[in-house]
Write a protein that binds this ligand. Structure first.
Ligand code: NDP
Length: 296
């Protein structure tokens, strides 16, 4: 069986179009422009690329983008003061502190200083708790993007067996919560899981968020299963730099019913969902109806 390819790039473009439609309406009907503030501490090259890309796409959908660049040796007090200022700024509806932070800064402390209503990354402890108890929250962008693609492909996920490989706070755990929320039977696998191949073979949905290049081979995949590959791994092959996921695409695509490629799968959905979360946060802040289909 040749798997259907779930085109995350095209889907993300559709999500951005939807976001832009809502932004246009907020401007025309309510004179409100959603604003996203991104705080970058230090000069990590990958983070600089992400922040640039986020800023560009924010402006493209018609929202205001605010960038706060701070020196690598910024003190915790100074960073907390910037977050506090953004929390109190009514033109800012979403705040994102780019991770990882330099080692001397306490990431949990900083993330939990963001107003939960503006926490568009969905990492604040209040949002984690709300998601875990099935209440309205801000949902982490990468798992939200995965959920949107799964819902789009399958319609209902109810009753499906899902295996999430990886238990990080930013991908694995919230992904599992979202799948549970959609009535899947969810297994979370990790580095201590016994007989991982056997666990994965039972799944109708496999979400791989491990950070190990091409770790999941095709013979772990149940015939017809849907494979969502979150991994982004840079490897060298045949003397060239290449981006690969956590699953071996060629062999998995032979058995899966549908699969996301890397690049062009989950990756583009992450920033699209950040924009979606910002417009959702803006609507909630102004007591306006939330856009449909852009939240969990
Ligand atoms: P983490 O390193 O935080 O977590 C990795 C998880 O994988 C851990 O729970 C770990 O288990 C588990 N794991 C490691 N080795 C194995 C193994 N051999 N068998 C089973 N499980 C294993 O990674 P993240 O969740 O942050 O990211 C995962 C991947 O997703 C990375 O490639 C990252 O680059 C990518 N990513 C992509 C994004 C996107 O926009 N597309 C966004 C975020 C991440 P244990 O807990 O036991 O150590």
């Amino acid at each position: 069986m040749a798997a259907n390819i779930i085109d995350g790039k095209a889907f993300a473009a559709k999500v951005r179009e939807q976001v832009k439609g809502h932004v246009d309406r907020l401007k025309e009907e309510h004179n409100i422009t959603p604003g996203l503030a991104v705080v970058l501490v230090g000069e990590d090259p990958a983070s600089q690329v992400y922040v640039r890309s986020k800023g560009k796409q924010t402006v493209e959908v018609g929202m205001n983008s605010y960038e706060h660049k701070m020196d690598a040796d910024t003190s915790e007090a100074d960073l907390l003061a910037v977050v506090e200022k953004l929390n109190n700024d009514p033109t800012v509806h979403g705040i994102l502190v780019q991770l990882p932070l330099p080692k001397h800064l306490d990431e949990d402390l900083i993330i939990n200083s963001i107003s939960p209503a503006k926490d568009v990354d969905g990492f604040h402890i209040s949002n984690v708790g709300l998601l875990g108890t099935g209440q309205k929250s801000m949902v982490p962008c990468t798992p939200l993007g995965c959920l949107m693609m799964l819902r789009d492909y399958h319609g209902s996920l109810s009753g499906m067996d899902a295996v999430v490989i990886g238990r990080s706070n930013i991908v694995g755990k919230p992904m599992a919560q979202l799948l549970l929320g959609d009535s899947c039977t969810v297994t979370i696998a990790h580095s201590r899981t016994k007989d991982l191949p056997d666990v994965v073979r039972r799944a109708d949905i496999v979400v791989a968020a491990v950070g190990r290049p091409e770790m999941v081979p095709g013979d772990w995949i149940k015939e017809g299963a849907t494979v969502i590959d979150v991994g982004i791994n840079r490897i060298e092959r045949d003397g060239k730099n290449k981006l690969v996921g956590d699953v071996d695409f060629a062999s998995c695509a032979e058995r899966a019913g549908a699969i996301t490629p890397v690049p062009g799968g989950v990756g583009p959905m992450t920033i699209a969902c950040l924009l979606a979360n910002t417009v959702t946060a803006c609507c909630r802040a102004n007591n306006l109806a939330e856009p449909e289909g852009l939240t969990a």
